[in-house]
Design a protein around this ligand. Structure first.
Ligand code: M6R
Length: 352
């Protein structure tokens, strides 16, 4: 049941702290102790890691591949539907990770099949025990998010990100205090966003906009793409996410006073460059909503701030995602959309 909520989507957004606690349990228990993932113990160290996934799960893969690379591993995300078509070289020393909430996405399952056929090792990171992806892959890791009813993925996205972050730590054998503290604090930090978010008021102010452009740099670019997908799916309005650096290479032509720009700004790594981008956007008259952990620095350059708690930069995209989920939910709610079952979409896409 919806437990008193109007929509499963809002219920599932609010379940995120609980879902994450389940995802972390027994895997990252104490600072100083390494992350333990059963599947990883059975896998010999790969030379290259490929992620294959669709939609939201692809955005989790963009995020994950970057974490793996930060730890010195070769890792590349691919859209599952393009994997076989793009002549990607797959070696027997490649680990192919199929990231799929449902475990039933045809494109992802067939990408795993392609990998198995050439003798690569395969792993699926999924929410559903016994799903097709678990049967196709050599190994499985479960995100333990619990059932997700809403077509728009929310709690399963943050659980995928946390699971993949743990996977990067387990593979690299590197588990710093910052990592453990940061990941273990995620449930409480998300709870504090849920308790205090001003997303509903922002949504009310901009529900009649022409289009929405979430932007971010580095791993926040993946969060921007995900924010835009969420807005598109449930509001039926044009939204496009961009790595912030790309804005001036074309998309800036779309920016007007009717296109709010949601800028994810991490105070540790990107504030200065992002301020330049915000000023450019502001000069075109666009409303700027900053999703940031450094409100004092950014406030002078933004019309509104949606605050996220400070954390290790690796986890900022996860927190920013929660604010953008709420923005998309409240815009769709205001527009009276069919939030849990958007037109033309299915929860899992079982045809290629
Ligand atoms: O079950 P999967 O994670 O394999 O599904 C992949 C996509 O179809 C899915 O993420 C889709 O983009 C969602 N509706 C996003 O909210």
């Amino acid at each position: 049941t919806k437990n008193g909520y109007d929509h499963y989507m809002l219920k599932e957004i609010r379940e995120q702290p609980h879902a994450l606690r389940k995802c972390l349990r027994g895997r990252v228990d104490a600072p100083g102790r390494s992350v333990s993932i059963d599947a990883v113990e059975a896998i010999t160290e790969p030379n290259h890691v490929h992620f294959v996934a669709c939609g939201t799960s692809y955005h989790a893969s963009l995020y994950a591949a970057r974490l793996f690379r930060e730890r010195g591993m070769r890792a590349t995300p691919f859209l599952a539907s393009q994997y076989d078509l793009d002549a990607i070289p797959i070696g027997t020393d490649t680990l192919v990770v199929g990231v799929t909430q449902s475990g039933e996405t045809a494109d992802t399952v067939s990408a795993l099949q392609v990998a198995n056929d050439v003798g690569a090792t395969t792993l699926t990171v999924t929410n559903v025990v016994g799903s097709s992806a678990t049967r196709e892959a050599d190994h499985a890791m479960y995100i333990r998010a619990g059932p997700e009813i809403s077509v728009a993925a929310t709690k399963t996205f943050v659980s995928q990100q946390a699971a993949l972050a743990m996977l990067s730590s387990a593979f690299s054998g590197e588990c710093t205090r910052e990592f453990v503290t940061g990941i273990r604090a995620l449930p409480d930090r998300i709870q504090s966003i849920l308790d205090q978010s001003r997303a509903k008021a922002i949504a009310a102010e901009y529900a009649d906009a022409d289009a929405y452009f979430p932007i971010g740099r580095g791993s926040n670019a993946a969060a921007a793409l995900e924010g835009a997908l969420k807005i598109k799916e449930i509001t039926y309005k044009h939204a496009e996410g961009f790595p912030a650096g790309e804005l001036k290479h074309g998309p800036l032509a779309l920016v007007t006073d009717r296109t709010p720009v949601f800028a994810i700004v991490d105070g540790d790594s990107e504030a200065e460059t992002m301020i330049g981008t915000l000023n450019e956007v502001d000069a075109r008259g666009a409303p700027v909503i900053a999703v940031t952990d450094c409100p004092e620095t950014i406030e002078p350059h933004a019309d509104h701030v949606l605050e996220v708690p400070e954390t290790d930069s690796r986890f900022t995209p996860i927190l920013a995602t929660v604010q953008l989920q709420l923005v998309s939910y409240w815009i769709a709610n205001r527009l009276g959309r069919s939030i849990d079952k958007p037109r033309n979409l299915a929860k899992s896409v079982t045809v290629e």
